[in-house]
Design a protein around this ligand. Structure first.
Ligand SMILES: Cc1cc2nc3c(=O)[nH]c(=O)nc-3n(C[C@H](O)[C@H](O)[C@H](O)COP(=O)(O)OP(=O)(O)OC[C@H]3O[C@@H](n4cnc5c(N)ncnc54)[C@H](O)[C@@H]3O)c2cc1C
Length: 361
């Protein structure tokens, strides 16, 4: 089958690699010259690694990633401490992950600087071509929109169900050449200030690179939107409030050069396709960052799609309906947990205590 994928980040690359291995004629169209997407570091729980295993990429991801064996949760105000063991969990930089996914593609599959803008449909509502902003037309039997949260493909085929910005703001950055102190070895650390709608996380993604993030309720922490010296002063004041030994490391954080990300939320649709256009990854189902499941879910989408196409290669409509039947219950649960954790984080008195799910960025 001829398959054209729009969006060349995690979902698009994973689907392209797998479908190509199955013998499909795949082309991948990405608006940037190289793949992009949010976040510096990604925490991959065992469920996500299992999905990489199914794509025969699990070993490469574990090798390039950094094993995370513990999650340390500290309550900033009360000084309490809770440690949770994590099994088969790895942290990896987004660029390493993208590199692994991209290396599994044929050289001619990836087309950078190619922005999808629209489809041209035939009289029955099937897409004939995907149209790019530079006038090129891409022909295929199946089109896949893997173009992220603000998906243009989705706007064209499954409009409705608006995307809403949620209140939590995340600032993410990294310290390259960091000396990872013993307390953080193979550890994801998070310090929560329950009454201030504030959390600071530290995640080693390699032996000398540390990804940090600050999650904030901007109504109580408007300083997160400040810039330059004012922003540095605010981050410094947050760091000084952290208990030792987190404090000493957080004092090294320089927010200049960091990224500010706003999470989004959207109800799940009942199908992820219309005719011969399918959505995968964040385009189909943005998940809140509180559960660290966005990447794993995108990889699972690619895995399940390829399995279905392998089993019943000639019944596309049935396969795409079946994909939604398989994926929706799992995604519904992840969305539910993410929303609960977010509500707790935003609660005025703060109530996110030592929950079972780590919060990552
Ligand atoms: C700050 C932050 C931290 C995160 N941390 C984690 C974590 O720890 N663990 C985890 O599992 N998940 C995490 N996530 C979520 C994870 O990054 C996403 O779920 C994942 O990237 C989804 O992959 P995707 O391929 O569906 O979309 P994206 O990664 O958003 O990729 C979409 C791609 O489509 C391209 N594109 C967009 N429009 C067009 C167009 N019109 N034409 C062509 N190409 C287009 C974009 O350039 C991009 O390359 C985090 C997200 C953020 C923002």
């Amino acid at each position: 089958m001829k398959i054209a994928i729009f969006g060349g980040s995690i979902a698009g690359l994973a689907a392209a690699g797998r479908l190509e291995q199955q013998g499909h004629d795949v082309s991948l169209w990405e608006k940037n010259s190289t793949p992009s997407g949010g976040g510096f570091g990604i925490l991959l729980p065992s469920s996500a690694l299992g999905a990489f295993d199914a794509l025969a990429l699990g070993d490469a991801v574990r090798q390039a990633g950094h094993p995370i064996e513990r999650c340390d949760l500290r309550a900033g105000e009360e000084g309490s401490f809770h440690q949770q063991a994590l099994t088969d969990t790895h942290a990896i930089s987004r660029s390493s992950l993208i590199g692994i996914l991209r290396s599994s593609l044929e050289k001619t599959t990836f087309h950078g600087d190619a922005t999808f803008v629209d489809f041209d449909f035939d009289g029955t509502g099937r897409a004939r071509h995907g149209l790019l902003s530079d006038g090129r037309k891409v022909e295929a039997d199946l089109f896949i929109g893997a173009d992220g949260v603000r998906s243009t493909v989705r706007e064209r085929v499954l409009p409705g169900l608006p995307l809403s910005e949620v209140r939590v703001v995340e600032m993410v950055g990294s310290i390259d050449g960091a000396k990872i102190p013993p307390f953080l070895t193979n550890t994801f650390s998070k310090t929560l200030f329950h009454h201030q709608g504030l959390a600071i996380g530290l995640l080693p993604v390699s032996d000398d690179c540390l990804v940090w993030f600050i999650q904030a309720d901007p109504l109580r922490n408007p300083e997160i939107f400040s810039q330059g010296r004012a922003l540095q002063n605010w981050v410094g004041s947050v760091a000084r409030r952290c208990p030792s030994p987190v404090r000493e490391l957080c004092l090294e954080i320089d927010p200049l050069g960091s990224r500010l990300c706003r999470s989004t939320d959207r109800e799940l649709p009942s199908q992820f396709h219309r005719e011969n256009v399918l959505l995968l990854g964040d385009a189909a189902h943005p998940l809140l960052p509180f559960t660290s499941q966005g990447t794993g879910s995108a990889i699972e989408d690619a895995r399940d799609l390829s399995r279905l196409l392998e089993r019943l290669p000639n019944n596309l409509e049935h396969n795409l309906q079946q994909l939604a039947r398989q994926r929706l219950p799992i995604l519904r649960e992840r969305l539910r947990v993410g929303r609960r954790l977010q509500r707790q984080f935003l609660a005025p008195g703060g109530s996110e205590r030592h929950g079972p799910v780590p919060l990552a960025s």
